[in-house]
Design a protein around this ligand. Structure first.
Ligand code: NAD
Length: 444
């Protein structure tokens, strides 16, 4: 099938590549000419496990084309995806300017019937606005061409995006017409061989499904962070509590890790946008507000632990090794990452930072710029050179088996702040380290 995808970011590039991998003929279009040029040369703008060889192979095979030419993309696609960003507006609602811009581009260049698929995360009612935008441009051109707008929210996880795309848990299709549903079922059939993953529904429910999923995930994290704060004050260990509750199948093991707060390009903005949409429809989303408030507080928690250890004014002049900058492991994405809050607070307190992240250093350079109180290091070990303390912010696998005796020898103040509870307090203490985890009451 001939497919075009507007937006070549995490979602657009991965979706386009996976569709090409199963034999579709895909054109990826982006307004960022530099990104398109790099992609043509085989330089992948993001880090995503497994993506690079797939992009190169499908590009070389002629099934995956990169262009800035919107007219060409519209002419190519029987199915045209919108996968551009929907960042938060000033009031927290989703900014739809990029989505609607693409809709207008589609309207300008459409010459025959097509299915327009909204893959960006957008508030309920957006498919209607996309449809109106396309119709109004078509009317301006004096032409009448049939088209469908389908909501097909994306559930991939950064860090496992290719795997999620090739083996999705579910494929949600919000459709108004049976013909559009059939066409998309054929498009996605190669990903649906093992068992039926299609969940077909009306457009508005599909749009809300994506927000509900992310709000639920954020709620689980904030809930666990709330419990961790209670545990810390009560002399209980939240890791024990986690094991105790995760074994209940009604609760489950996933997404109940306490930590340094959730970040990334999706959870913070989607919880905010859902709360905003709810308010616009006359509903006060009390739970969503609490989820956000708990997360905001949690992002400052590592710094609070550091302050507790060093006392008032004790942080100034100290050097902190920081392991992990990305908002989670296996990605280079630093949008809303907890590390950003921590580093800002450390600098505010007069500290210096030696940072290491396996993949996000380049992105971090762009985010933080050059500063004399920040040194980017080439390895976890190098970050420890001349450091007084270690802070673990992102739980990359390579940090999990650190040599604690070596940490004791290298860190001048022999203290570890473990923002992801990857070490056992007793092991750290046996090695002669002061240890602070999240919600580990026995250590405070
Ligand atoms: P991104 O910022 O990585 O990429 C968006 C791309 O769209 C950019 O390359 C930008 O240049 C391009 N773009 C903007 N306007 C354009 C236009 N008019 N024509 C063509 N290209 C244009 O965004 P992302 O992370 O891929 O997210 C895209 C959407 O998918 C968002 O709505 C997001 O909420 C949703 N989503 C993201 C994830 C994720 O993990 N990143 C997961 C599920 C859903």
């Amino acid at each position: 099938m001939r497919v075009s995808i507007f937006g070549t970011g995490y979602v657009g590039l991965v979706t386009g590549t996976c569709l090409a991998e199963v034999g579709h003929d895909v054109v990826c279009v982006d307004v960022d000419a530099g990104k398109i040029e790099r992609l043509r040369q085989g330089v992948i703008p993001i880090y995503e496990p497994g993506l690079e060889p797939m992009v190169k192979a499908n590009h070389a095979a002629g099934r995956l084309e990169f262009t800035t030419d919107g007219a060409h993309a519209v002419a190519h696609g029987e199915v045209v995806f919108i996968a551009v960003g929907t960042p938060p507006d000033e009031d927290g609602s989703a900014d739809l300017q990029y989505v609607l811009e693409v809709a207008r581009t589609i309207g300008e260049h459409m010459e025959r019937p097509a299915i327009v698929v909204d893959k960006s995360t957008v508030p309920v009612g957006t498919a209607g606005r996309v449809s109106e935008a396309i119709s109004s441009v078509l009317a301006g051109r004096g032409v009448d061409i049939a088209f469908d707008v389908v909501s097909n929210p994306e559930f991939l996880k950064e860090g496992a995006a290719v795997e999620d795309c090739m083996r999705p848990d579910r494929i949600v299709l919000g459709v108004d017409s049976a013909a559009a549903a059939d066409k998309l079922k054929r498009l996605y059939a190669p990903f649906n061989r093992n068992h039926d993953r299609f969940v077909i529904m009306d457009v508005r429910s599909a749009e809300l499904t994506k927000y509900a999923a992310n709000a639920m995930l954020a709620t689980k994290i904030s809930f666990m962070n709330e419990i961790s704060n209670i545990a810390e004050r009560m002399g209980a260990d939240v890791e024990m509590v986690r094991k105790g509750i995760g074994s209940d199948p009604r609760i489950g093991w996933h997404f109940i890790y306490p930590g340094a707060g959730y970040g990334g390009s999706c959870l913070p903005k989607d919880v905010q946008a859902l709360a905003r949409t709810a308010q616009q429809h006359g509903h006060q989303p009390l739970l969503l507000h609490a989820v956000e408030a708990v997360n905001e507080r949690q992002k400052g928690h590592l710094h609070a632990l550091i302050q507790r250890h060093y006392g008032d004014g004790g942080i100034a002049g100290k050097t902190f090794a920081v392991w992990g900058l990305a908002f989670k492991p296996d990605t280079d994405d630093m949008r809303e990452a907890s590390s950003r809050r921590l580093l800002a607070q450390l600098w505010e307190s007069g500290a210096r930072v030696r940072a290491y992240d396996p993949e996000a250093t380049e992105e971090a350079r762009r985010v933080f710029g050059e500063r004399e109180d920040l040194v980017f290091c080439g390895s976890a070990n190098e970050a420890l050179d001349g450091a007084d303390a270690l802070v673990v912010v992102t739980e990359w696998k390579q940090f999990r088996s650190a040599d604690l005796a070596q940490l004791r020898a290298q860190l001048a103040d022999a203290v570890v702040f473990d923002g992801r509870n990857i070490y056992r307090p007793e092991d750290a203490e046996d090695a002669g380290l002061a240890y602070y985890g999240i919600g580990r009451g026995r250590s405070v």
